[in-house]
Design a protein around this ligand. Sequence first.
Ligand SMILES: [Mn+2]
Length: 313
Amino acid sequence: MLDEINRAAEFLAVHDKIRLLCHLSPDGDTLGGAFAIFYALRSMGKKCCVECGDDLPEKFQYMYPDQMGDFKPEYNVTVDVADIGLLSDSQQKLQFSLCIDHHERNNIPAEYKCVDSKAAAVCELVYLILKQMNVNFTSKIADCLYTGICTDTGCFKFSNVRAITHKIAAELMEFGADAHKINFKMFTQKSVARLELERLVIENLEYFYNNKCAIVFVTNDMMRSAGASESTFDGVAAIAVCPEGVEVGITVKEKDINEYKASVRTNSFVDASEFCGYFGGGGHKRAAGFKINGDMQTVKNKILDKLKKEIFF
Ligand SMILES: [Mn+2]
């Protein structure tokens, strides 16, 4: 892995006019990683920009720069993007120079790949890359990287957390990351819309297979009635695996008529990435997802049948 880190560091140090690409439905990790690189490169006098096919959520406002700069990008670097489908249609046609990621399966056709599925967050990798580049870690860069790590680890609670995760987070605090402010904003404070959405999710949870599986559909009607936007939904998928005894928690989000995106969270022994693979999706061991089409009842039956066949047989 050291080789990949060094090569990524060298690529970023040597090249200019870099476009950093975040995945659709951007989260704290893809944005934190991209903006940390953005500030680092800019401090070296380079031109760079961060691009995302979706709007940037208000929640991460403190990471965003006043302006991105106007230039024609020559190199494209993806950050935290596991699948080419997680880029916008026009971005998918680009040529990719470097791919920095931490997902189990990654299909970005980049010239250089820096992918480590053991990293809890892509921001762990970005930290090591920037360190290798001897970047001056400002508190802004530290806030961005800390955000990625705390959000992708559920505030250092998920099983992806390693000792080095804490070590990196500790060093980021020494560089000025405001851990309390960020964790309060990410995990304690919730909008009224978010709380209302959580209430609806809990109310609509259904249990199967001796309560080992919980499944909930989040419809556009529910989103509307909660007053929730797409970014309000971020992290809601963690709720379904909360009830004691549940091993697999599945949150199926309506995208369009008869189009759904399922988010699977598992507790201790079911490989979420493997399960999602049966439907053409993927992700991590404890958190993964897939797209599925059909009416609600058909989708539910398909998922429950597969669970029964592959897991609770
Ligand atoms: Mn990530």
